[in-house]
Design a protein. Structure first.
Length: 236
């Protein structure tokens, strides 16, 4: 009984090696699929997709260009992918814009070949987001206000570019600091921050106010609606 079990294990191991060895990392592979809205499942036309092969070199992967294509008017794609020699994994990088966030999905070569005609990618919709800062207090003048936010766990510094309409604060008083957020120094901080965050997902906003050497933290949350301008007001 013991010998049969050992033979069976060795057979499985050998089969695994043989199957792995059958994966050809050269040649071409015809792929088909679609890109959809994560929430509505509506297919997204004209979406650019960049493919990169991951080739292992020592203890790191080197990214090698494997092609680029776009979805058609119905949100579908058909493409002949040029395989990258020795690449057992591929990155499918879906380009973001003002409507949808970028996304990268890593697929193994075996998974890619098994699902070559049925690839499916979903993208997260972005929504307009505004933060209004209104300072009512007249004293003390030298407050320091910090602001940061994250949407669905993604930090604002990498999610989407932001624009600040600031009234009365010189440019050299505002910017990214070691706090990893935006900073206003002084009394005239009436401002508007314009950006985008994930629609239909929770966005967390974090303020810190330093006054008279005392620090106060204020947190807020909002689930931004798609196709609307979502506004959060901060008055202090």
């Amino acid at each position: 009984m013991r010998s049969i079990t050992l033979v069976h294990i060795c057979s499985i191991f050998a089969s695994g090696l043989l199957f792995t060895g059958c994966l050809n990392t050269e040649g071409a592979l015809e792929i088909k699929g679609k890109v959809v809205d994560e929430y509505t499942k509506i297919q997204i036309p004209g979406r650019d997709i960049i493919v990169q092969g991951l080739v292992k070199n020592d203890n790191e992967f080197i990214l090698v260009d494997a092609g680029q294509f776009s979805t058609d008017g119905s949100g579908c794609f058909t493409y002949t992918l040029r395989k990258v020699r020795d690449a057992h994994y591929y990155n499918f990088c879906l380009v973001g814009d003002s409507d949808y966030s970028f996304m990268t999905k890593k697929l193994g070569l075996l998974e890619l070949e098994q699902n070559a005609k049925y690839l499916y990618f979903s993208l997260s919709k972005l929504a307009d987001f505004r933060i209004k800062i209104d300072r009512k207090s007249k004293t003390p003048f030298c407050d320091t206000l910090y602001l940061s936010w994250e949407s669905a766990g993604v930090d604002f510094t990498v999610l989407y570019p932001y624009k600040i309409d600031n009234y009365g604060i010189p440019d050299n008083f505002i910017g990214l600091t070691s706090y990893s957020g935006l900073e206003w120094i002084g009394g005239n901080t009436n401002s508007k921050v314009k950006t985008k965050v994930f629609a239909d997902k929770m966005t967390k906003i974090h303020w810190e106010l330093v006054r008279n050497k005392k620090r106060k933290e204020i947190n807020d949350t909002i689930t931004c609606k798609r196709d609307l301008t979502n506004i959060v007001n901060f008055t202090y």
